[in-house]
Every structure is written in C-alpha cells, then in structure tokens.
Design a protein around this ligand. Structure first.
Ligand code: HEM
Length: 348
C-alpha cells in the first residue's frame, strides 16, 4: 500500500502546487486524495481530482453526515412512524440511495469484466468468496453484503483520515513555530530529493509527536461507534445487561487532565521526553480500543505520515492575508472537524 500512497501523495503535491500561492480550501482535494487510497484497494482505480461526479459524491457524503446529526433526524429515529412527512430526514435516504447506486454501478462493471483467474482488487476477492459459497444458503458472502461492506469501508476510510489531515494543516497555520520544527526535521532526515517513506517515521520523533497530537487534539470520533453488549456483563462493579447500547466516550481519555499536561491545547510535547524522543501514552486512543477498534488503523497511520510529510516537505503553509483568522474549535457533525478554512502554500 505504501507505494500507492506515495504515488497519490505526488498527485496531491501537484494539486497544491497548481494553486500557485493563491488561497484555497483544502477540503476537496485532501478528501479526494485519501479516498483514492481506499478506492484503489476496493475498486482497483483512482478518481482524478477534476472528476465532478466523484466530487459530487464527496459533497453528498458530507451532507449526509450533517443531516445525521440534525435534531429532525434524531426525532425520526425516535418516532419513525410519525416522520413520513417530507423534510431533511427524507433527503438523508435519497443521498443514501444515490451513494449505494454509485457503488452498485462499480460492482456491476466489475461483474461484467470479471475474470476469476485475475484478482484485481477487493471486489474481485469478494466475488471469489461468493462463488465458493454459492451452495451454502447461510453464507454472508452475497452481493448485498459486498455493497454494504464497501459502502462502510469507503466512508470509514476517507472521511476520518482526510479530516485528520485538515486538522494537521490547520495546526500548522495556527502554530508556525511548530511547522518550522517539522520542516527542520524533514530537511534533516529526508531532505528534498526523494519522497518520504514509512521507514523515515522512526527517525522523526518530532513529526511523529505532531501527528499524534493532531489526532489527540482533533479527537475526530469523540464517541467512536455505537456498540451493544451480546451478553450480561459487569464492568468495575456496574452490571450491564445483554442488549445494552454502549457509547464509548473517547474524549474522556483524549482530553483527560490526569494524562495530559495541557489537555485542551495543541502541545506536541505530550509525546516527547526531555531528550526530544518520542514517548507513547496509553491514553492515546483515537482508534478506540478492544476487539472492535478501528480496522484501518495501520492504513490510516501510513496515510497520515506519508501525506503530511510529503506536503510539509514541499510547502510552507500560511494564513492568506485577506482571510479571517481560522478558528481552532471544532464543528460537530457525527465527527469533530475543523471549521472550513483557506490556506496558502509557498514552495520551499
Ligand atoms: C485517522 C483515521 C482514523 C480514525 C481516527 C479512525 C477511528 C475509528 C474509530 C474510533 C472507530 C470505532 C471503534 C469502536 O467503535 O470501538 C473506527 C472503526 C472503524 N474504522 Fe476507523 N479510523 C480511521 C481510519 C480508518 C480507515 C483508513 C479505515 C479503512 C480501512 C477505517 C475503517 C474502519 C472500520 C471498518 C471500522 C468499524 C470496525 C468494526 O466495527 O469492527 N478507519 N475507526
């Protein structure tokens, strides 16, 4: 995967370059780049940054996340039988429908060109499993499951990492002295003649601390995902019956003042010892914990390191002169993301 991510990082750098020092909102291009990594695993293909139908899909998914957290949608969840009236909650279904149709098309194109002797990507691998299990009526390898699995992976693998990368650029804008230190470490370890590789990671404690701090501070999935107990259980003296919905509270650890010196500030030193070496902290759990923790953690970590260092290797980021000072607090729409902001990049 690393090769694929490095290749995508080169496209991303060119797209930033194309702005020629003018201010731009990095939302779309970062989301497109990160989505391309997961798309190449699942569909064996990437989408050009100029592909308007793909951009529309990205906007629709953003709108979907916003709609999901609107009060009217919450009402729908509580009184579904009362909410047959038109309203934003209905738009949510129409977006879901468009999204699933977009993926159905991709699956169909794969079906039409499928050669069982050549495995191009995740969809082909899933087709093989469907084929192997076709005489087993209880099998969950069906085209319907495939659709939902890729729908899940696409959202889980794009929005999270691109949101974190936006946080990282915002933090560089707001803390130029930290950006300068990252530049210095990149110059020392990687230089400017080659692209970053994941092997550089262990030699770059400061950059690593910055990326960890971006994840801790950004706290993008403050309530992880909902879970349900599958049997009666007891945690620290509390009885929790089977079938109880559980909402993990990741903020309670990521912003816990017993674990972090400055829980509400951006402070990379949370991950550095007095010698400047990287130190782990067991309260760092943006990917949650336990059996159902994020399955994409490894991929996300590689994405974050390669994309972030590739951008910082080539550019110095600053707040555009004619723009308001970016806000450091987050917007909540299912996840925490930064307020939209504009950035200027100057080639180094
Ligand atoms: C910075 C990036 C990411 C963060 C912070 C993140 C965080 C999380 C969190 C907190 C959960 C919930 C775990 C729980 O409920 O206990 C989760 C679940 C999940 N993540 Fe990620 N994630 C990231 C990137 C990715 C990527 C790149 C993929 C794609 C491969 C991915 C796929 C998933 C899936 C499929 C689940 C559901 C796992 C399950 O229910 O078993 N994530 N992620």
């Amino acid at each position: 995967m690393e090769e694929r991510i490095r290749e995508e990082a080169s496209y991303l750098v060119s797209a930033f370059q194309a702005n020629d020092g003018r201010p731009f909102d990095p939302f779309m291009v970062l989301t497109n780049a990160v989505s391309n990594v997961i798309c190449s695993i699942m569909f064996g293909d990437r989408f050009e940054y100029s592909d308007s139908s793909f951009q529309r899909m990205i906007y629709l998914l953003k709108e979907l996340a916003e709609l999901e957290t609107k009060p009217i949608t919450q009402l729908y969840k509580i009184f579904p039988w009362l909410m047959k009236v038109p309203g934003p909650h209905q738009k949510l279904f129409s977006i879901q429908h468009t999204y699933l149709n977009f993926l159905r098309d991709i699956i169909q194109k794969h079906r039409d060109t499928w050669d069982p002797a050549v495995r191009r990507d995740f969809i082909d691998a899933f087709f093989e499993e469907i084929e192997k299990n076709k005489d087993n009526p209880g099998s969950s390898f069906t085209e319907e499951t495939l659709l939902i699995v890729i729908a899940d992976l696409f959202v889980a693998g794009s929005d999270t990492t691109s949101n974190t990368l936006r946080w990282s650029l915002l933090m560089m804008l707001l803390h130029p002295h930290i950006q300068k230190k990252v530049h210095e470490e990149i110059d020392l370890v990687i230089g400017s003649d080659r692209l970053p590789t994941i092997e550089d990671h262990s030699k770059m404690p400061y950059t690593s601390a910055v990326i960890h701090e971006v994840q801790r501070y950004g706290n993008i999935l403050p309530m992880a995902l909902l879970h349900m107990t599958y049997r009666n259980t007891n945690i620290q003296g509390f009885d929790i019956p089977k079938g109880t919905t559980i909402i993990p509270n990741l903020t309670s650890v990521l912003k816990d003042k017993r674990n972090w010196k400055k829980p509400f500030q951006f402070y990379p030193e949370h991950f550095l010892d007095s010698e400047g070496q990287f130190v782990k902290n067991e309260a760092f759990m943006p990917f949650s914990a336990g059996r159902r923790m994020c399955v994409g953690e490894q991929l996300a970590r590689i994405d974050l390191f390669i994309f972030f260092t590739s951008l910082l290797q080539r550019f110095e980021f600053h707040i555009p002169d004619d723009q308001p000072y970016p806000r450091h607090e987050s917007v909540f729409t299912f996840n925490y993301s930064p307020h939209p902001f504009q950035v200027c990049c100057r080639e180094r």
